[in-house]
Write a protein that binds this ligand. Structure first.
Ligand SMILES: Nc1ncnc2c1ncn2[C@@H]1O[C@H](COP(=O)(O)OP(=O)(O)O)[C@@H](O)[C@H]1O
Ligand SMILES: [Mg+2]
Length: 223
C-alpha cells in the first residue's frame, strides 16, 4: 500500500506581526492508503486547521498537500471543489443534515450534486453496514444523535471517497454511542478500502486507530 496523503512544510498563519497566530506551523506527514489515523491534541492546537487544509477546504499560507502525488492547491478553486466531492468525504461534529428531506435523500444528496448515478447495491450495503435500514424514510429530527451521525457518515461515504476526514465526529454523543459510531465508521472504511483521518478528544477512539498524530501549538510532536 502506498502513500495516499502527504503534507510538506504545511503552514497556516493568521494575522501579522505580534498578533500572528501560527495555527499550523510547518507540518510534514504521510498517511498510507487504508490507514486509520487519529489526530489528537489540546483545544487550539491546530487540529481543525490541519484537517481542513488536508481535505482541500482551506488554502495553506505555505507548503503543499498531495493526494496520490497531486498537489490539491495547484488547480483553481472550481477544480478543487469537484476533486473534493469525488475523492474526499467529510464528517463534522454537527451532523449538518438537511432537515426537510428524509434519511435516504440525505444519503444520496452528494450524488445528485455531482450529477452521478446512484449505485444501488453499494448504497444498500452502506445502509446495512451503518444500521440505517429501519430509518430510511424518517426525517432527521426523528432520529437520535447517534443515528443522525450515522446518516452523515453514509452521506460522506456515498461518493466512494478515497479518504474520509472527520472532525470530532462524536463530540455531541455519549461515550457508548461514540464507540458504536466509530466502530461502524471504521468497519465501513475497512470494507470499502478507505483511508480514515479522525480528530478526537476521546482516548477510546484514539485507541481504535492504527496510529495517533499528536499536535501541540501547531506542530506535530508525535507521528
Ligand atoms: N479563522 C481564524 N482566524 C484567526 N485565528 C484562527 C482562525 N481559525 C483558527 N484560529 C486559531 O488557530 C489556532 C488553532 O485553531 P484550531 O485549528 O481550530 O484548533 P483545534 O481544532 O485543535 O481546537 C487557535 O489558536 C485558533 O484560535
Ligand atoms: Mg477543532
Amino acid at each position: 500500500m502506498g502513500v495516499i496523503l502527504q503534507a510538506e512544510a504545511l503552514c497556516k498563519f493568521y494575522g501579522t506581526g505580534t498578533q500572528q497566530v501560527k495555527a499550523v506551523n510547518c507540518v510534514d506527514l504521510e498517511i498510507m492508503q487504508g490507514e486509520f489515523v487519529a489526530i489528537v491534541g489540546k483545544s487550539g492546537s491546530g487540529k481543525s486547521t490541519l484537517l481542513h487544509m488536508l481535505g482541500g477546504l482551506d488554502r495553506p499560507t505555505s507548503g503543499h498537500v498531495r493526494i496520490r502525488g497531486v498537489d490539491i492547491y495547484r488547480p483553481g478553486e472550481d477544480a478543487r471543489t469537484v476533486f473534493r466531492r469525488r475523492k474526499i468525504g467529510f464528517v463534522f461534529q454537527a451532523y449538518n443534515l438537511v432537515s426537510s428531506i428524509n434519511v435516504w435523500e440525505n444519503i444520496v444528496l452528494p450524488l445528485g450534486l455531482d450529477g452521478k448515478k446512484i449505485d444501488e447495491p453499494y448504497v444498500e450495503e452502506l445502509i446495512d453496514t451503518l444500521g440505517l435500514r429501519e430509518r430510511l424514510y424518517h426525517l432527521p429530527c426523528a432520529l437520535s444523535g447517534g443515528q443522525q451521525q450515522r446518516v452523515a457518515i453514509a452521506r460522506a461515504l456515498v461518493t466512494r471517497p478515497d479518504i474520509v476526514f472527520a472532525d470530532e465526529p462524536t463530540g455531541n454523543l455519549d461515550s457508548r454511542t461514540s464507540d458504536e459510531v466509530v466502530t461502524l465508521l471504521k468497519a465501513s472504511a475497512q470494507k470499502f478500502g478507505q483511508t480514515l483521518v479522525i480528530i478526537t478528544h476521546d482516548e477510546d477512539i484514539a485507541q481504535m486507530a492504527d496510529r495517533t498524530i499528536l499536535l501541540e501549538d501547531g506542530e506535530v510532536v508525535r507521528l
